[in-house]
Design a protein around this ligand. Structure first.
Ligand code: AMP
Ligand code: MG
Length: 421
């Protein structure tokens, strides 16, 4: 593969921000380049949290599958009840949940019944215990109990054959419960995508050893591995490489064999040691862009064989913001589900003026407050691309559009809710 794709190369000769592509365009292009995985498997329901259904699922039977009692009380015939006088009936059987009665009850009779137990043959009504008085095998029912009351009819929740979950659903706890209630022990899913994470940089070292001057600990791999774990994909830790072309190429080769998508951080800027994009261009297909967003200007995307490549910037917050806004929707698409973006709400800004230069869209690390008088949002502090502490305090990102220069107290601001799962 040649050092191709020149239409994607920014022109760097006309000032700092030339050759930038708009944020929304970059998002669309990243999403376009990935394809859903086609391999499917049968996954035990208990292991399927966050996985994606590869087929529609329909109910094999009615839920509930028999008429049953919604209350602890007495099953009777509605015709026996009276609106203006107490009625005394003979209790002919006791019916806990899990038991059933085959005998048909006759007028003047009742069956003691517990919540969830099947309605005995002949009965059409359950009278709740609170309006009854028991004396030996007799029960007296206060006037006014409603004929037909407190019966949950078969199929009330789902009808046999009805589609309950559709292909592409990313399974959440309630879905897994629903599948189990329908008797499924396994479900058809797409296999989990494998996502590799690689850090680059001569100055980057593993935590656990003392830091020498000029070094930084590899926080990017920690954040990305954690974000991917929260997403529920299979994570592949590809370690750390220095700014060395052969080592970077070797790491990308290892990565493309083991993963469906590969995320690297660092080495995609325009510095002398930014070798990720050089290695990528040699081994695969590269699109290197400057995206009009802050943090996160330089980014590289492409393809390494069958592996989708996401070259994120090295600065810790740039990497995270790029992951959340660009990469996460693309990974959803690869998983076979809707490529959801972070949820967006409009909130009222509180705090000192925030100033920005026009030209790039800014994401401001923020706290979104859910108050009785509505949603309001504050900045979490200094916004340098390397300042992780303000990211750690954030539950949201304010979105300041490219052309605006300032926001002030009381302004309405579009805000993205940070979400990794
Ligand atoms: P680069 O994009 O490689 O020029 O890196 C930009 C900045 O991010 C530099 O200050 C790096 O030291 C820092 N950086 C790069 N990779 C990491 C990492 N894995 N963990 C923490 N900081 C990093
Ligand atoms: Mg670097």
């Amino acid at each position: 593969m040649s050092h191709g794709c020149c239409d994607d190369e920014p022109h760097q000769s006309h000032g700092k921000n030339s050759g930038m592509i708009p944020y929304e365009e970059a998002r669309v292009r990243v999403l376009e380049q990935v394809r859903p995985l086609s391999e499917t498997e049968e996954t035990p329901v208990r292991d399927a949290l966050g996985m994606v259904l590869s087929k529609d699922i329909s109910a094999p039977f009615h839920v509930p599958n028999h008429d049953n009692s919604a209350m602890d009380g007495y099953a009777t015939l509605g015709a026996d009840l009276s609106t203006d006088a107490p009625v005394t009936l003979t209790v002919i059987a006791d019916l806990p949940a899990g038991d059933r009665l085959t005998q048909t009850i006759q007028p003047g009779e009742a069956v003691r019944i517990m919540t969830g137990a099947p309605i005995p043959p002949g009965c059409d009504t359950v009278v709740m215990q609170e309006v009854t008085q028991r004396d030996g095998d007799q029960v007296t029912i206060a006037p006014g109990a409603r004929p037909g009351g407190h019966v949950r009819p078969a199929g009330e929740d789902l009808r046999a054959g009805e589609t309950v979950l559709t292909r592409g659903t990313r399974l959440q706890p309630a879905d897994l419960g629903l599948l189990t209630s329908l008797g499924f022990a396994k479900v058809p899913t797409y296999r989990k995508i494998r996502v590799g994470v690689l850090s680059t940089g001569n100055e980057v070292v593993e935590a656990g050893t003392p830091l020498k001057p000029g070094q930084v600990y590899d926080s990017n791999r920690t954040t990305l591995l954690a974000a991917l774990t929260a997403l529920g994909v299979e994570v592949v830790d590809l370690g750390l490489v220095g700014d060395n072309l052969e080592a970077t190429e070797a790491a990308l080769k290892r990565g493309m064999e083991k993963s469906d998508a590969l995320l690297s951080t660092g080495g995609v800027s325009v510095g002398d040691y930014d070798l990720v994009k050089v290695a990528l261009a040699k081994l695969g297909k590269i699109h290197f862009w400057k995206v009009a967003m802050k943090p996160g200007k330089p980014q590289a995307y492409g393809q390494l064989g069958n592996c989708a490549f996401f070259g994120l910037p090295g600065n810790p917050v740039s990497g995270m913001v790029t992951y959340l806004t660009m990469v996460r929707p693309a990974l959803f698409k690869m998983m076979g589900t809707e490529p959801q973006s972070l949820r967006q709400v409009t909130a009222v800004y509180r705090g000192p003026d925030v100033k920005k230069k026009p030209g790039r869209l800014h994401f401001v690390r923020a706290q979104l407050h859910f108050e009785p008088d509505g949603l309001w949002v504050t900045s979490t502090g200094p916004q340098g691309s390397g300042i992780l502490s303000s990211m750690s305090k954030a539950n949201a990102l304010m979105v300041l559009p490219e052309q605006i220069r300032t926001i002030q107290e009381g302004d309405k601001v579009e805000t993205l809710l940070i979400d990794y799962a």
